[in-house]
Ligand binder design. Structure first.
Ligand SMILES: [Zn+2]
Length: 460
């Protein structure tokens, strides 16, 4: 296999300046094979993770990310094509699992590591609160953005290292295990049910999600292009179910609208899970989004967020980030997609939404640099709104035909890969007749602190 970094810029330094976590350097994980058993009542997770990888540096040792509440019992290595690779020892401390090999692994080998572990998974403390595996009253969920994945499996937890996933998940009968990927099979054996999921498109670790709970599956319809859209609703709460059906009724229309604007939906299905617990915010995972019972009011209160999470399937999930400082590429586009949905639905134009939120931004401190907001402000609402206004400014400058043509080619080229702002800019340049004007918009919205004038009166 030819080794190639997916990103165009080199890794900056040895530590992620946003998460504060040291990078795991020297290798790529191409596929995660997880075989996990989860007992709901004691919140006990146990099993093995087999990581299929290759190395772009000679390795005497390597590190992985793994939360401290999981105990590693055994690590073994296996080479391919006649390579003999043996683990000398491992050490798990400070959320890092360090594995040392008996002999140096020469560069460019393919091998696998199998890590057996168990424990009571807990969310990880972070700059953004507790994230990752969370035990619920009757089940569990994973909300891992940006770096909570090590709360449930050993991984290389950085957004630019996408991989394939194959998950066998055994849990108590009566519970649904809803996991990112396509459901391949489900079978009952004794008191346990095994759920087998495969992610056939590469996925960033933070987008891997699990829901364990008592859920019914409800069809929300099929898109014009044939994408199946389903909701998982808590069993036994008829009122909540009715509110969910009401509020998510337009989910397929949203998908149709976005396919027209951005290009084909990037995954095989789209699923939404609505937990019986309240969640502070909904969250996107790959091909899946999670909402709390509080997000289904039956009155369409959170329609914008239902649209927002769907749009992340294009912006954030298919088109992944190379580094967290580019978070506006995810959230700016997702927020703008809310406005585009309301425009497509005939509620109000994106320009009206833009003006409303521009007025809001005017009243707030202008101390966030959109191109690099810093860890603390990464999920600040101003990043979302200014990001969306940046997208709107580019649309106003270029006009609809050129703008959406550029967006579609940017989305198509970056599909299932990584993108950086320079990629977007390249596609905008290709449809632009005035590069200086484009540079000026780019500079003022992304790289200056002050709020530029409201964007209007472009070519259209
Ligand atoms: Zn978002």
């Amino acid at each position: 296999m030819i080794m190639r970094r997916l990103r165009s810029t080199p890794v900056p330094g040895t530590r992620d300046s946003y998460t504060g976590i040291d990078f795991n350097l020297g290798f790529h994980i191409r596929r995660y094979e997880l075989d996990l058993t989860y007992r709901v009542a004691p919140n006990l997770l146990m099993g093995t993770a087999t990581l299929h990888m290759d190395n772009y540096r000679a390795l005497d040792a390597l590190t992985l990310d793994l939360g401290g509440s999981l105990r590693v019992e055994k690590v073994t290595a296996k080479g391919t094509a006649g390579t003999h690779i043996q683990v000398a020892r491992f050490r798990h401390a400070g959320r890092k699992l360090r594995i040392t090999f008996r002999n140096q692994i020469p560069v460019d080998q393919e091998f696998s590591l199998t890590i057996r572990y168990r424990g009571n998974p807990r969310p990880l403390r972070s700059e953004w609160g507790m994230i990752g595996w969370e035990e619920l009253d009757n089940g569990a969920l994973v909300a891992a953005q940006p770096n909570g994945a090590p709360s449930w499996f050993p991984c290389d937890d950085t957004p630019d290292e996408k991989a394939l996933f194959d998950v066998h998940f055994h849990t108590d009968n009566g519970y649904a295990a809803i996991i990112t990927g396509d459901l391949i099979s489900k079978h009952v054996s004794g008191s346990m049910t095994t759920w087998h999921y495969q992610s056939r498109e590469p996925m960033a670790t933070y987008l891997a999600a699990v829901h364990v709970g008592e859920y019914d599956t409800v069809s929300l319809g099929v898109s014009e292009s044939g994408v199946v859209v389903e909701a998982y609703v808590p069993v036994g709460d008829a009122a909540l179910r009715a509110r969910i059906l009401e509020d998510f009724a337009k989910q397929v229309d949203m998908l149709d609208a976005y396919e027209k604007l951005f290009g084909p939906y990037p995954f095989r299905s789209y699923r939404v899970v609505i937990t019986e617990d309240e969640l502070e915010i909904p969250l996107e995972a790959q091909g899946l989004s999670s909402f709390g019972a509080n997000h289904a009011t039956g009155e369409g209160t959170w329609e914008r967020l239902i649209a927002h999470e769907l749009s992340h399937q294009w912006f954030g999930n298919s088109l992944g980030l190379a580094q967290w400082n580019d978070i506006w590429l995810n959230e700016g586009f997702a927020c703008y997609a809310e406005w585009l949905w309301f425009e497509a639905a005939g509620v109000k134009s994106a320009a009206e939404s833009a003006l409303e939120f521009y007025r809001g931004l005017e009243a707030l401190p202008k101390d966030i640099l959109l191109a690099n907001p810093g860890a603390k402000d990464m999920f600040d609402d101003r990043v979302y709104k200014r990001g969306a206004l940046t997208v709107h400014a580019l649309r106003e400058l270029l006009g609809d035909d050129a703008f959406f043509k550029a967006v579609r080619s940017y989305v198509a080229e970056g599909r299932h890969g990584l993108v950086e702002p320079r990629d977007l800019k390249r596609h905008l340049y290709a449809v632009s007749t005035d590069h200086a004007a484009l540079d000026a918009v780019w500079q003022s919205w992304l790289r200056d602190l002050e709020l530029p004038e409201f964007p209007s009166g472009g070519l259209d």
